[in-house]
Write a protein that binds this ligand. Structure first.
Ligand SMILES: Nc1ncnc2c1ncn2[C@@H]1O[C@H](COP(=O)(O)OP(=O)(O)OP(=O)(O)O)[C@@H](O)[C@H]1O
Ligand SMILES: [Mg+2]
Length: 394
C-alpha cells in the first residue's frame, strides 16, 4: 500500500461513532489517514471548499440535512472527491441508492473491522483515481478512428482482412481494437484460439444484455480480450446459448463507447448491412468493402456501395479491397471493379491459401506469423494506407 497520507473528511454528528471510526482508522498501523471531522453538512461543505480532501466518509443523517439530500449536496460541492457512505443498519437502502448515483462504497456502522475499514477507504480512493483517469482519457480521446470492413458477400475474406489490418495497425499504434459485430458463432475465436483453449472468453453478448446507456467505455473495456501484441479483441459469442440478435440502439452505444477507447477501431461487419450493423457504421470514418473478382461478387459489391451511399450512414468514405482468394476462370479487372462500384481502391490481397491455413493453425494473423509473405505485405500496406489522412481524415 502507498505511504501517502490521505486527508479524510469524516462527516458524523454522533461523537461516539466518530471516535470509533477515527480510532479504527488510526490504529491499524498501516495508517496513512489524516482525519478531520465535520458535525454538520454546512461545516463539511465549508471544509470541502477550503481544503484538499481525498475522501469523504459521510453519514447521511445530520442535524442540518438528511438522506440523499446530504449526498447530493456533497457531490455538488466536490464532484471529484470520492464519497463512502456511512449508514446504520436501517438505512442501507439509501446507501445503495447513493452508490448507484456515484458513491464509491458504503459501510454499515458498527459492522466494519478496523482493517476492513482501512482497506475500503484505500480502495475507494484508488478506484476513484483510476475511474477519473479513464474518464479523462475518454473525454480527450475522441480522436479514435473507426474503420468498418464489410463483405460484398459471405466468405470473401472480410474477417481475414479486418484482423490482419487491425494486427498491422497494432504493431505501430497503441490502443487498437478489433470488433466482431456478430451475434452468432465467433470466427475471431477460431482465428486466435482454435484448439488452444475451449474456455469461454468474454464477448459481445455480455454487452448486448445491457441497456444502451449502460454500454459505457468501462464496460466495453472489461469485455476486451487483450492479446500479447497489444491488440484488443471484442469477440462474438462462443456458445449457442449466448447467441443474440444485435439491436441497433445497442450497437450504436457500443460504437460510441469504442470510439472513446481505441486509437483505431476495426469493425468486422460481416456481409449484410443489418439495422444493427448500419447503426454502428454511422460512426465509421471509413468503410472498406471486401470483394473477390467474380462477376457476381462485383455485382454484390456494387449493391453494397449503393446501399452505403443511399443510407448516407457514413460521411461517405468508402473504398474497396479486392481479395484474390483463388485464380478464377472468369475474373473482372480491378479497373472495372472500381468503375462498377464507383469507389477508390484501398488494396489487393493476393492468393495466399497456404499462408491463410498456417495463420489459422498457428493462431496468429499472417502479418505477424508470416511478415515477409506477399499477402502480409499487401495487408500491411492496406493498413498503412488506411491510417493516412487521405482515407481517415484528420
Ligand atoms: N487471399 C486469400 N487467399 C486464399 N484464401 C483466403 C484468402 N483470404 C481469405 N482466405 C480464406 O478464405 C476463407 C474465408 O475467409 P474469411 O473467414 O476471412 O471470410 P469472411 O468473408 O469473413 O467469411 P464469413 O462471411 O463466413 O464471415 C478462409 O478459409 C480464409 O483462410
Ligand atoms: Mg467473417
Amino acid at each position: 500500500m502507498s505511504t501517502k497520507v490521505y486527508n479524510i473528511l469524516l462527516v458524523e454528528d454522533n461523537a461516539v461513532d466518530a471516535r470509533v471510526i477515527t480510532e479504527a482508522l488510526t490504529k491499524t498501523g498501516e495508517g496513512a489517514f489524516a482525519i478531520q471531522r465535520a458535525e454538520q453538512l454546512s461545516e463539511a461543505l465549508e471544509k470541502l471548499r477550503t481544503q484538499a480532501i481525498d475522501l469523504v466518509l459521510l453519514d447521511f443523517m445530520l442535524p442540518d440535512s438528511e438522506g440523499m439530500a446530504t449526498f447530493t449536496a456533497v457531490r455538488k460541492e466536490a464532484p471529484n472527491v470520492p464519497v463512502v457512505a456511512l449508514t446504520g443498519v436501517s438505512d442501507e437502502s439509501i446507501a445503495i441508492e447513493a452508490v448507484r448515483q456515484g458513491a464509491q462504497d458504503f459501510l454499515v456502522k458498527g459492522q466494519v473491522q478496523p482493517k476492513a475499514l482501512h482497506r475500503a477507504l484505500y480502495y475507494a480512493i484508488e478506484r476513484h483515481k483510476a475511474q477519473a483517469a479513464q474518464l479523462k482519457h475518454i473525454q480527450e480521446g475522441k480522436t479514435g478512428k473507426m474503420i468498418g470492413v464489410i463483405g460484398a458477400r459471405g466468405g470473401v475474406g472480410t474477417t481475414t482482412v479486418a484482423l490482419n489490418v487491425a494486427t498491422a495497425l497494432a504493431k505501430k499504434h497503441k490502443d487498437v481494437i478489433a470488433v466482431e459485430l456478430l451475434g452468432s458463432y465467433s470466427s475471431f475465436y477460431d482465428h486466435f484460439f482454435y484448439k488452444k483453449s475451449r474456455a469461454t472468453l468474454s464477448s459481445l453478448d455480455a454487452l448486448m444484455k445491457l441497456e444502451p446507456e449502460k454500454i459505457t467505455p468501462q464496460e466495453v473495456e472489461r469485455c476486451l480480450v487483450k492479446l500479447p501484441s497489444g491488440l484488443g479483441l471484442l469477440l462474438g459469442p462462443q456458445r449457442v446459448e449466448d447467441f443474440t440478435e444485435l439491436q441497433p440502439d445497442k450497437t450504436d452505444a457500443l460504437a460510441r463507447a469504442l470510439a472513446g477507447l481505441g486509437q483505431y477501431v476495426v469493425l468486422d461487419l460481416q456481409s449484410h448491412a443489418s439495422a444493427a450493423c448500419q447503426a454502428a457504421m454511422k460512426h465509421c470514418d471509413f468503410v472498406v468493402v471486401v470483394i473477390d473478382r467474380t462477376p457476381t461478387c462485383v455485382a454484390a459489391g456494387k449493391m453494397t456501395a449503393d446501399l452505403l451511399q443511399q443510407l448516407g450512414v457514413i460521411p461517405v468514405r468508402i473504398g474497396v479491397v479486392v481479395v484474390n482468394r483463388q485464380p478464377l476462370p472468369i475474373s473482372v479487372d480491378v479497373a472495372e471493379v472500381l468503375n462498377t462500384m464507383g469507389c477508390q481502391l484501398v488494396g489487393v490481397m493476393p492468393t495466399a491459401t497456404d499462408a491463410c491455413s498456417e495463420a489459422l493453425r498457428a493462431g496468429v494473423p499472417m502479418v505477424t506469423g508470416d511478415p515477409q509473405g506477399t499477402a502480409s505485405d499487401a495487408l500491411t500496406e492496406i493498413a498503412d494506407r488506411l491510417a493516412t489522412e487521405q482515407f481517415l481524415g484528420k
